[in-house]
Design a protein around this ligand. Sequence first.
Ligand code: AHR
Length: 501
Amino acid sequence: NRAHLTIDPYFTVGPVNRRLFGSFVEHLGRCVYDGIYEPGHPTADDQGYREDVIALVRELGVSTIRYPGGNFVSGYRWEDGIGPRDQRPRRLDLAWHSTETNEVGLDEFAGWLRKVGSELMYAVNLGTRGVQEALDVLEYANVPAGTRLSDLRIANGVPAPHDIRMWCLGNEMDGAWQLGHGTADEYASVAGKAARAMRQLDPDLELVVCGSSSAQMATFGSWERTVLEATYDEVDYISCHAYYEPKDGDYASFLASAVNMDRFIDSVAATADHVKAERRSTKTMYISFDEWNVWYQSRYQGERHTGLDDWPIAPRLLENTYSAMDAVVFGNLLISLLRHADRVTSASLAQLVNVIAPIMTEPGGPAWRQTTFYPFALTSRLARGEALEVKLDSPAYVSAQHGEATVVDAVATHDGGSGATAVFLVNRDEESPAEIEIDVRMLGGVGVRDAWTLSDKDPHAANTLEQQDRVRPAANPTAALTDGTVTITLPPVSWTALTLG
Ligand code: AHR
């Protein structure tokens, strides 16, 4: 396979928003308890947070973190998680059939975020609750002082407001599994009311309305149109959620997952622009891709607890182990997000610790990096400045699930200030390497700084408790520059980050 790429710093898509490198922490399984919070752990700080996890989250380079759900939020009473810990109630979490102890709530999580240096993106419950409860948590979180709920926050030991800018108006309300799920009209009505009310309290909020839980939903498209027709002037983003997994061993389709993500984003943007035209609006609706990942949903289907007497605390749920191939698909999803940097200005990798996560932990034991940790950390670190529209000529193949896909996929970013350029590439071929030529003449006299490639001779190899460092990126020695052309060889099923400057 041979592919050719031309990079021109003047062909920009849009600025790389740091919020593209967000993540998601839900009260689900061992994400919070035994994940970020484990008071008895040898590395726990004086508030019970694992410092080994904090260090890994920082290394991952996560900007915004969406919290507290997810499906969990649609049955959550936020006030259960504030005030003295010994007075907090235990509740049934219907979404994940677990017991919620409420040891961690809004104030603790905001405190943890300050330690990891990330921004809080808060989801309100529009499943079992509504406008008043959304206003209450907003008052508690953002009003400086002098009202019942802001003074309650101060009495709880948090003098400064949390000043949360991004708010999600519920979660996946199009899904029949969601507590309080209804029709698009029903959701549009409550989301519009909540948005207007929340803006009356704090006009500068950035509000995310629920789009579809996946592009495969029967209501996909009409859901977005109905919801945006009712809320267009009140909200700033519509959400997209997508998870990918191989089906029946069809890895060629799995490796083309980003083709599906590209189409999903383009379709939602087109629907939003349709509503914009209908309304003669000048406002652009942005996309918050606030759940995305590889997730072997079929593998983890049977693990849900059931029965009136079986509501475990922090059970092991959705503890997906990721392979080298999964990391390649994952890195390709990041390429798709960057390619749409003009439209997707916020995204959240679902999730962060233990639950379909780049970081795994054992109680009392180590924390380690899954294979997917690396493409996220490197892309977050290297993608700076503007996302570029690259000219790509690559052989293509036809995948059963997603149709035509190029063998090689790529995106680049360029930082005018430092002059640094980063190129992110994948080779989707399962058998053959790809020889890439990159025309970099328009970048001026640059040289190759670094080339990192993630691949493994066994594409199903993974990092596990027993073998935590099996898969990691290695320097790619084939990268070279001659007469304004960079050449590099990409192994089969691989993801690469190349920096020039
Ligand atoms: O991320 C896991 C779950 O996937 C979330 O709770 C839900 O929003 C989605 O269906």
